[in-house]
Design a protein around this ligand. Structure first.
Ligand SMILES: *[C@@H]1O[C@H](CO)[C@@H](O)[C@H](O)[C@H]1NC(C)=O
Ligand SMILES: *[C@@H]1O[C@H](CO)[C@@H](O)[C@H](O)[C@H]1NC(C)=O
Ligand SMILES: *[C@@H]1O[C@H](CO)[C@@H](O)[C@H](O)[C@H]1NC(C)=O
Ligand SMILES: *[C@@H]1O[C@H](CO)[C@@H](O)[C@H](O)[C@H]1NC(C)=O
Ligand SMILES: *[C@@H]1O[C@H](CO)[C@@H](O)[C@H](O)[C@H]1NC(C)=O
Ligand SMILES: *[C@@H]1O[C@H](CO)[C@@H](O)[C@H](O)[C@H]1NC(C)=O
Ligand SMILES: *[C@@H]1O[C@H](CO)[C@@H](O)[C@H](O)[C@H]1NC(C)=O
Ligand SMILES: *[C@@H]1O[C@H](CO)[C@@H](O)[C@H](O)[C@H]1NC(C)=O
Length: 648
């Protein structure tokens, strides 16, 4: 009996590996993206986004575990419901890949402007939805879509084609509810075959599944006689195509109880030939694995593969895994908007920081590598150097120079035992950060806008020399702008108003964030953008108006530096002026910092002032801008928001 079990397990093991290898198309192609507008509850937008991110984080591990996930986070109006599921014919690893891509693309629905949105993304291999109400068992809703191919089927008789496709989808819609909500089938007449798949989402009950599919059948009719059609409903998915798109292998992707029993029967009867099968399977498996991997790599890298393999920017995934002790938690340095960062030691002893990106870059791997190549050529003493990347593994990694002393944020606000920063150190940090930015904006050949300047993105080395981290990240993700939408959630307090409201991007967006950072460093306080605190911009501006800037300075700073500190605060205020055009360029800021004789103009108001901070978001929407010249009220020019929300 033990022997039987042993063979059973081995066979099962190879069997599943084998199945995994032969099924390698995750069908991560988009069928439809449906974004919905909800009631605009502007004050809660930020909470909504962070709940959204929490939901997305919670969905992934569940998908990996059980292939579907229903998650809720938040309370009241900002509650976010999220649901994800894979098609049941996909195997687990394809499911994971499909889902990883789906997750990055649904961000295109994210509430970037003032409207809270829901979103649904139908891939051919998986489905993801979030909304602000409980839709988990909903079968039909407004956003349901029918997507047809543009070309007619090459059938010898369209009437006949129409008839048998309809018969097929009707059959599927009847069978699926009876078979755990999933059924595939095919039919061949004349010279054309048609394949179909019907699936109801896991939380949709049998009767709702029936009515959902019945509705889907009636709508998919409108696609005939096109060669492919899909009905995409809130509760189910129905598709037919003249191409075989689903998996119908001998290995069912999810082996339920019935399947396992059947397998056991087969095993018992073929026990005598098992040993032979095993040997053959092992041999084929080894050859196949190599082939599949090669093919996959070649496909991903295209013509680049040669260059990538030779480049010294290319790190192998395995070596980075080992360098971080398999991404062990004890090596984790921190968690950013676009990924978590680990400390790693390369075989040659060099210590590096390795960023593990959340977002899958399979689709634009060549672009990614080119950008890494460009960004890694940038060198400045106040910028964290990008050393290279790994793009051949299951996830994308970036390798950075390791900066030992943590971030400015942790140094100022987290580390309790650290000696408070003295004046000289603070000045050096502000100046270095300004120089790094001036280099990015005006001197480097790429003209990079950082977009996410904040205390936690300025790292300090042993000599407290500041180094700006994560520049150029936005360039790496041209398609989904993920990094920016994520930044919206975390760093609203640093974002220039024209960027928040209009998505208008220029170097002056960084100047604004830099101004906030200067004020934080000199005051020794964080610029909280929450409901119960007065923003420090507000506080410093009030002191400035009554000519008592020195009272805003961090009391730890020695008295004989108060005058210099006030001067820096004034420069900070210049940088956070409401109008982008009035903010100085970074090179001007560097001049002001280094040359005491350089005149500092009188700053005008920062934004969000004629309000208590609880009303800030509403002001973004209306009053602040309406009461000021038109450069705000009209979002003209290149609006990134637009391109983010419009489906491509
Ligand atoms: C959603 O809102 C945007 C602007 O906020 C508008 O252009 C679009 O037409 C709206 N879509 C729907 C379906 O209401
Ligand atoms: C929402 O997400 C946050 C962050 O992941 C978590 O701490 C919290 O427990 C979640 N809340 C609910 C109700 O699941
Ligand atoms: C099935 O779900 C629908 C919609 O959620 C609900 O109206 C119906 O009562 C449910 N039926 C059963 C038998 O649970
Ligand atoms: C559907 O249309 C696309 C291009 O429009 C085409 O490439 C594809 O082969 C068509 N047919 C099917 C069955 O997908
Ligand atoms: C089926 O036959 C028709 C006409 O006899 C022809 O136009 C069409 O290309 C054929 N389709 C296929 C898939 O061979
Ligand atoms: C298609 O088939 C139907 C039913 O078999 C027949 O009545 C019709 O004449 C055929 N049409 C063509 C164009 O062959
Ligand atoms: C649909 O089901 C009926 C009865 O089960 C069967 O006779 C018919 O061939 C099926 N048609 C297709 C296209 O699968
Ligand atoms: C699956 O494939 C087998 C042979 O490859 C075929 O006999 C069977 O009808 C197929 N099943 C479906 C649902 O397409």
């Amino acid at each position: 009996m033990n022997q039987f079990l042993f063979f059973f397990l081995i066979f099962f093991f190879f069997f599943s590996l084998f199945a995994k290898l032969s099924l390698s198309d995750p069908r991560a192609t988009e069928a439809a993206l449906v974004c919905t507008n909800r009631t605009a509850s502007t004050t809660e937008r930020q909470t909504f986004i962070s709940n959204y991110l929490a939901v997305m984080d919670a969905v992934t591990p569940l998908i990996v575990q059980q292939r579907f996930a229903a998650v809720v986070n938040g309370t009241g109006d900002t509650k976010v419901f999220g649901y994800g599921e894979c098609m049941k014919d996909l195997d687990q690893s394809d499911c994971n890949v499909c889902f990883a891509q789906c997750k990055t693309q649904i961000l295109r629905c994210l509430p970037f402007q003032l409207v809270t949105r829901g979103g649904r993304l139908f891939y051919d291999g998986c489905y993801l939805r979030y909304d602000d109400y409980n839709f988990f068992s909903e079968s039909l809703s407004e956003g349901d879509r029918t997507v047809c191919n543009t070309s007619d089927a090459a059938s010898s008789n369209q009437t006949v084609f129409r008839d048998y496709v309809l018969q097929l989808v009707r059959n599927l819609s009847v069978e699926a509810p009876k078979n755990d909500g999933f059924f595939v089938g095919s039919v061949s007449r004349g010279n054309v075959s048609v394949y179909g798949l019907a699936q109801c989402w896991e939380l949709v009950n049998k009767s709702a599944c029936e009515s959902c599919l019945a509705n889907a059948v009636s709508r998919i009719r409108s696609c005939l006689p096109k060669e492919e059609g899909r009905a995409l409903n809130a509760g189910c998915y129905l598709r037919y195509s003249t191409e075989k798109f689903y998996y119908n292998s001998t290995a069912p992707p999810v082996i339920g109880n019935r399947g396992r029993r059947k397998l056991a029967v087969i095993l018992a009867t073929t026990f005598s030939t098992l040993a032979l099968t095993l040997i053959i399977a092992t041999a084929v498996f080894c050859v196949n694995k190599k082939l599949v991997r090669k093919r996959r790599e070649r496909k991903q890298l295209g013509a680049l593969s040669h260059i990538v393999n030779k480049s010294k920017l290319n790190f192998s995934y395995e070596s980075l895994e080992r360098a971080t002790n398999y991404f062990h938690d004890s090596n984790k340095l921190g968690q950013g908007g676009s990924g978590s960062v680990y400390k790693g030691t390369l075989p040659n002893g060099k210590v590096v920081a390795i960023k593990r990106l959340f977002f899958n870059t399979r689709q634009w791997v060549d672009h990614f590598f080119n950008e890494v190549n460009l960004i890694s050529s940038i060198y400045h003493k106040n910028l964290v150097k990008l050393l290279g990347c790994s793009i051949t593994g299951p996830e994308s990694l970036l390798v950075y120079e390791y900066v030992p002393n943590q971030s400015l944020h942790d140094y100022l606000f987290v580390k309790k035992d650290a000696e408070p920063l003295r004046w000289e150190a603070r000045f050096k940090i502000v100046l270095g950060t300004a120089e790094g930015l001036a280099y990015l904006h005006e001197e480097s050949k790429l003209r990079i806008i950082h977009r996410d300047i904040k205390l936690s993105n300025v790292l300090l080395d042993e000599d407290l020399i500041p180094k700006i981290a994560d520049f150029g990240l936005a360039r790496l993700f041209p398609e989904d702008k993920t990094h920016i939408s994520t930044a919206v959630a975390g760093t609203l307090g640093y974002m220039a108003p024209e960027y928040v409201v209009c998505g208008k991007l220029s170097e002056k967006v960084d100047v604004y964030s830099f101004g906030v950072l200067v004020i934080e460093v000199i005051c020794g306080k964080r610029n909280k953008f929450s409901e119960d605190s007065v923003s420090i911009l507000h506080m410093v501006w009030n002191h400035y108006e009554v000519d008592k800037l020195c009272e805003a300075v961090d009391p730890i700073i020695e008295d004989n530096f108060l005058k210099e500190a006030s001067r820096l605060l004034k420069i900070g205020l210049l940088c956070v002026q409401a109008y982008a055009e009035m903010r100085p360029s970074m090179s001007t800021v560097v001049q002001m910092l280094t040359d005491d004789a350089h005149e500092i103009p009188q700053p005008t108001q920062p934004p969000f002032l004629n309000s208590s901070s609880t009303e800030v978001s509403q002001n973004i929407a209306s009053e602040t801008y309406n009461s000021q010249p038109e450069s705000y009220t009209q979002c003209s020019g290149n609006s990134m928001t637009q391109s983010m929300i419009e489906p491509r």
